[in-house]
Ligand binder design. Structure first.
Ligand code: LLP
Length: 444
């Protein structure tokens, strides 16, 4: 399963498209043409143009169901992390499957409700909840606030008092565990802004227990994203279990433990622990606790259910480098620029020639934005012609949700595929919409 799909040469990295798609359940090549489920990618492009995000309904559901199957022996709740992909269609599919949600803003909660999500299965994470965020969430009947500081705790108590409605809370504990991932997406270290330190947690719980409108229901931790090993999860769990025992000794009983999200995915050659292996490592410790277990997976549910489709507009070979300028850019997909993320780029139609033939050269796949940081992939061996359609795989998570309008570019369209059907789930943003809310300065 973990076989390499790449060949590194002096010129660049070759990602074998067929070997790659063998690891991506939603995608395969048929007679050299790329398909998602039963829909040809070229047909999607014909209907919706590029750049365009395309997601497989089945791939989303399959991962969700492997979480529920792997933890079937425990009472559990999968709270999909909305920030990974917040399109209403994605949320609606997961809501129908019974998922709960992990949100970090009022906007995300509104999306969940609009998509038919059940508010009592929503947990509210994040370090900067405001009075009005808390008021809205509590009025709607939020399942739990994951509290990150003492000042947030007192603010929640104040809001709850004014609404005369006790607020269900858990404390997000920072276990000081190294998640061994990119520093920007590591959250469980002392130096990170997240959570309440392991050392102070019991004291803060005791403080919470004194507050009139706080209802302690759980404990929570999230140590980072794109974790490929199970050891940091186990280390964090051990620390949280220690706290649960100390709290029990002090008469503070909890209903749930929330282990956050963070399970990594295979983008190209990574070998992340599988959901089942993850479950096997945690289950023995979790079963002893007798608590409901929450998880907040985002990336692992949607990343490999999605691709970003883009067209090659200009080929620009230079003395030092060859640039393929495509119609997607860092505003559509910022992960390569922001985290040095390596994502695979594969053609919608396989070239008839192979890697060591004349047609294949090393290309930087870049956008048209006026920044050197505007790249989607570097030094990739591909055989390209203008007009070709490329698919960037693994783009279902933190792709569209992190996109922007930089350089006054409209955001891409989004399409869902299920079996042999395709459907637009978000229109391409019009350029007029980009300035529709702006006003000219009036001199008088
Ligand atoms: N729960 C909390 C409290 C989180 O902060 C996150 C992600 C998750 C759950 C979901 O984690 P996941 O299962 O998706 O790893 N933009 C970055 C990833 C940022 C993750 C932020 N927090 C990227 O593109 O790699």
């Amino acid at each position: 399963m973990s076989q390499s799909v790449t060949t590194q040469t002096e010129q660049g990295l070759y990602v074998n498209p067929e070997a790659l798609t063998a690891h991506l359940p939603a995608l395969d090549y048929r007679d050299g043409a790329l398909y998602m489920e039963q829909v040809s990618i070229d047909e999607v492009v014909k209907h919706y143009g590029t750049p365009c995000y395309v997601y497989s309904k089945q791939a989303i559901l399959d991962v969700y169901q492997s979480y529920t199957a792997s933890f079937a022996s425990l009472t559990h709740q999968i709270c999909y992390a909305v920030k990974a992909n917040s399109n209403l269609a994605v949320l609606g599919i997961l809501a129908q499957a019974g998922a709960g949600f992990d949100i970090v803003s009022r906007g995300e909660l509104m999306r969940v409700l609009a998509a038919g999500g059940e508010v009592s299965r929503v947990v509210f994470s994040g370090v900067g909840k405001t009075y009005s965020d808390i008021e809205y969430a509590l009025t709607q009947g939020i399942g739990c606030f994951n509290v990150e500081s003492i000042s947030e705790l007192t603010l929640i108590n104040d809001v709850a008092k004014s609404l005369d409605k006790p607020a269900p809370i858990s404390l997000r504990v920072n276990p000081n565990v190294d998640a061994k991932t990119h520093p920007y997406i590591s959250t469980g270290l002392k130096d990170n802004k997240f959570g309440i330190s392991h050392e102070n947690a019991v004291a803060v719980y005791e403080q919470a227990a004194q507050l009139s409108h706080i209802n302690i229901v759980g404990i929570d931790c999230h140590i980072g994203s794109q974790l490929t090993e199970v050891a940091p999860f186990v280390a964090a769990l051990d620390k949280v279990i220690e706290l649960i025992h100390s709290l029990r000794d002090k008469g503070i009983a909890l209903r749930h433990i929330d282990l956050g999200g963070g399970l990594g995915v295979r983008y190209i050659d990574e070998t992340p622990v599988s959901i089942d292996e993850f479950a096997q490592a945690l289950l023995p410790k979790l079963s002893e606790l007798g608590l409901t277990v929450f998880f907040e997976p985002g990336r692992s549910i949607v990343a490999n259910a999605g691709v970003l489709l883009t067209k090659v507009d200009v080929l620009k070979p230079t003395e030092h480098k060859n640039f393929a300028i495509v119609d997607a850019a860092m505003n559509d997909l910022i992960r390569p620029a922001l985290y040095q993320a390596e994502m695979a780029v594969i053609p919608s139609v396989l070239p008839s020639k192979d890697i060591d033939t004349d047609g294949t050269q090393s290309w930087d796949i870049v956008g048209a934005i006026c920044e050197t940081g505007d790249f989607l992939a570097k030094d990739r061996l591909l055989s390209l012609a203008t007009g070709d359609i490329l698919a960037i795989t693994g783009a279902g998570a933190y792709g569209f949700t992190m996109s922007s309008n930089y350089n006054s570019r409209g955001r891409a369209s989004e399409v869902m595929v299920a079996d042999d059907r395709h459907q637009l789930i978000r229109k391409r943003e019009t350029l007029e919409a980009l300035y529709a809310d702006e006003m000219l300065w009036q001199d008088k």
